[in-house]
Design a protein around this ligand. Structure first.
Ligand code: HGY
Ligand code: MN
Ligand code: MN
Ligand code: MN
Length: 417
């Protein structure tokens, strides 16, 4: 049996972060993998979009889903304009078999922070929008933060349109089936120009806040990271009739390459390199694969080191494959350089939240794309397991409420300058 997701209590009071997360936790549970699987534009992700729209409507927010599938829920100033908006939010898609908090925590906390501001009688001088970004995880089309990359023009739109999911359906085709005209996918300078400041609250995906005994932290930077596909090609054949000496088995080469990736990363301090997905083609128990695709996720604070690590891995992979009579091809799927958040904004958050540690992260976020265009900051909320992208990811109810209060404090400060 897969591990049950360490989801939020189902008895948590409504309209607390834990209460909202309990509602979300009813959607997209994956009995096969454990945890939650909510690929972008799947029925689970659409159910969560509907959940968000219902909560936005309940709060009287003006909601729009833009041409790239980003949801914006607006709380206007009395003047009703959208310029210089304070935007907060996160994502509702998940990795396969993911936890209950990565993405949803930021969306639920945004709704609760808004409730806190209104209950306190705040009169905003800037508009506030809660945004939900599609395909943050890149679980379906392979490129992380696809929604914000398309919105900002950080990815070529024709490249984005042609990205394919595991069924072979392109982003354009799936968008069309989901009600988005593929002709209108693409950079949206007007939507981007409305964002004056972006704040993303996210579950911590590490242990800094555990060690520092603090419920909330402030983001400083995101490690550069990328995804590469290595296709190892050999000779497909019969498992029973092909002598061990006669094989060109790409799975054997792939096994060696996985070990070489680990060893290369270990030799370069600070590197994280992972193979979390590997697909033999055609994939039969009694079939020697003709090809194995494996995906490398590599990260390092210094982008030049990441590039050097990938180059070393490719050179090693070629040698290992040649030894098995196989060949290797490397395709870059996405790269995000190391980014720092706006230092003035970060310092300001430190004044508002003096106990909050300032921390970098090895996880990617839409905030990492948006910070290249607008002043952006992140808040992290303690995860007592330190585990993420797994059903064991967790947030205590009290920490979730502390996160929402911290977000409300920051938003209040930005909305009434
Ligand atoms: O893969 C990542 O870093 C992320 O959580 N999107
Ligand atoms: Mn994630
Ligand atoms: Mn996330
Ligand atoms: Mn047979």
């Amino acid at each position: 049996m897969p591990a049950p997701a360490a989801g939020p209590r189902t008895a948590a009071p409504a309209d607390t972060v834990a209460g909202l997360l309990a509602e979300i936790s009813r959607v997209g549970a994956d009995p096969h993998r454990g945890g939650y699987s909510r690929p972008v534009f799947s029925s689970a992700e659409f159910d969560l979009r509907a959940w968000f729209l219902a909560h936005a409507a309940k709060r009287g927010l003006d909601v729009e889903t833009d041409r790239n599938g980003v949801i914006w829920a607006w709380w206007y100033t009395p003047a009703g304009d959208t310029a210089n908006a304070v935007v907060t939010g996160s994502h509702l898609d998940s990795v396969p078999g993911g936890g209950a908090f990565d993405g949803p925590l930021g969306v639920a906390s945004a709704l609760v922070a808004l409730d806190i501001l209104r209950a306190g009688g705040l009169r905003p001088e800037r508009p506030l929008a809660i945004a939900v970004f599609p395909e943050e995880e890149g679980s379906r089309f392979g490129v992380a933060c696809l929604g914000t990359r398309v919105l900002t023009g950080a990815i070529d739109v024709d490249l984005a349109r042609g990205l394919r999911d595991q069924n072979g359906d392109s982003f354009a085709e799936v968008a069309a089936k989901s009600g988005f005209d593929p002709a209108f996918l693409g950079p949206d300078p007007e939507a981007l120009a409305r964002i004056g400041t972006f704040i993303e609250l996210h579950v911590e995906q590490g242990r800094v806040l555990i060690d520092r005994h603090q419920p909330v932290g402030i983001g400083s930077s995101i490690l550069g990271h990328g995804r590469w596909r290595l296709s190892v090609t050999g000779q497909g054949n019969h498992a029973g009739t092909t002598l061990m000496t006669d094989r060109h088995d790409p799975m054997i080469a792939a096994a060696g390459i996985v070990m070489a990736i680990r060893d290369t990363a270990r030799a370069q301090p600070g590197t994280r390199a992972t193979v979390g997905r590997l697909e033999p083609v055609p994939g039969g128990t009694n079939v020697i694969a003709s090809r194995v695709d494996l995906w490398l996720d590599a990260r390092h604070p210094d982008d030049a080191v990441t590039a050097a690590v990938v180059a070393t891995i490719l050179a090693e992979a070629r040698l290992i494959a040649a030894n098995e009579g196989c060949t290797v091809q490397l395709t870059e799927e996405s790269v995000s350089r190391t980014v720092s958040f706006d230092s003035a904004l970060r310092d300001h958050l430190s004044l508002l939240l003096p106990d909050a540690p300032v921390q970098d992260t090895g996880a990617g976020h839409d905030a990492g794309i948006l910070t290249q265009f607008v002043p952006t900051a992140m808040l992290f909320v303690r995860n007592p397991t330190g585990v993420s992208h797994s059903p064991e990811e967790y947030v205590e109810d009290d920490d979730a409420e502390a996160g929402a209060r911290a977000l409300a404090l920051v938003l209040a400060d930005l909305l009434v300058p």
